[in-house]
Design a protein around this ligand. Structure first.
Ligand SMILES: [Mn+2]
Length: 337
């Protein structure tokens, strides 16, 4: 695969057959694989990584899965979640498989472990930020990295175990917002159906991810909805959660998962932003938009990235300064300067 930085069109993969053959060839010669996920992990990166891990288990290929963060509580039900570590146990991995990220920075503290590995495969669906990986399997039109992996495994003729199916299903369910977002393509539904046929437990996935929230998360949502702002003729909604807010209800950033979608759910809103000061002076921003407003451009301006309708960035700034920067940019985006 070409490794040059390119337009999304250039990077889009249309020939699954060729790509699957290259993917299989990499796996065939690998003796030990280190699997990488992005920081602040979501269901797609964790689900994809564990699906690869279970598949390699089936092939008898040694593997380990790393993540910078602990696995979020609502993803710990996933088969194999307990094998995810912050650092590898062994140092002789000869292949890296990195899922759902467009820049090696996003491996965060696990990046050095991957840098030492001679070959790497990146499977991703983000608009390329950098172009890491010896083999790049990137399709920005794919609804989830888990969809790309499901395509690859189908093409290879892999047996989908219930474990693999539940992991991939989790990636698809979370990245499509339970089949509600614009990226809910016929293919996403078809693959999900096949995964359920293979023993993927959709009920377990929905229950664990959406209906087992900690109390502090619900309290935090109440606070956010209470203090949010609506401006630009109600087209822009934004909210900010300070470090003190987090401490007052004993919540962490992971407890705010999905909150930005609540801000976007207001009928008039075109763009929504949620800023969280997860550590003093460290602010994480989630941006969401409807239709043609491209928030990935805004995120990129601040060194972040993502998709047209869902993107993110972060700041090493006091919360109010980060708010000022982001909100000014979003007003501009909507034609209110
Ligand atoms: Mn994803």
């Amino acid at each position: 695969m070409p490794a040059a930085l390119g337009s999304p069109e250039v990077m889009a993969i249309t020939d699954t057959k060729t790509v699957a053959a290259s993917f299989e060839a990499e796996l065939r010669v690998a003796r030990s694989v280190l699997i990488g996920t992005h920081m602040n992990p979501d269901g797609d990166t964790i689900g994809s990584a564990l699906a690869v891990s279970h598949y390699l288990d089936g092939l008898g290929v040694a593997n380990e899965v790393l993540c910078h963060n602990d696995v979020p509580v609502n993803l710990r039900f996933l088969p194999g979640a307990d094998r995810i570590r912050h650092a590898p146990l062994r140092a002789d991995h000869d292949l890296a498989i990195i899922v759902d990220l467009d820049s090696l920075d996003r491996l965060a503290s696990t990046a050095p472990f991957f840098a030492a590995i001679p070959r790497s495969v990146v499977v991703d669906h983000h608009v390329p930020h950098e172009a890491p990986g010896d083999l790049r399997i990137v399709d920005v039109a794919a609804p989830a990295t888990s969809v790309i992996l499901a395509r690859l495994l189908a093409e290879i003729g892999a047996t989908l175990t219930p474990e693999i199916a539940t992991c991939l299903l989790t990636g698809i369910v979370t990245d499509t917002g339970s089949f509600r977002f614009r990226n809910t393509t016929p293919e996403a539904l078809t693959i999900a159906a096949r995964l359920i046929e293979a023993g993927g437990d959709i009920n377990l996935v929905s229950e664990e991810i959406y209906h087992r929230r900690p109390y502090c998360s619900v309290k935090m949502l109440g606070h956010l909805l209470d203090t949010m702002h609506l401006e630009c003729d109600q087209k822009l909604s934004w909210g900010a959660i300070s470090y003190e807010d987090f401490q007052s209800v004993h919540a962490s950033d992971a407890d705010t998962e999905g909150f930005v979608n609540e801000l976007l759910s207001i009928r008039t809103v075109h763009i929504a932003a949620l800023l969280r000061e997860h550590k003093p002076g460290k602010v994480r921003v989630s941006l969401r938009s409807r239709g043609e407003h491209d928030v990935s451009l805004v995120a990129r301006d601040f060194g972040g990235g993502g998709h047209k309708n869902a993107a993110g960035c972060s700041f090493d700034l006091p919360l109010d300064e980060a708010v000022q920067k982001v909100v000014a940019k979003l007003r501009e985006c909507l034609g209110y300067c």
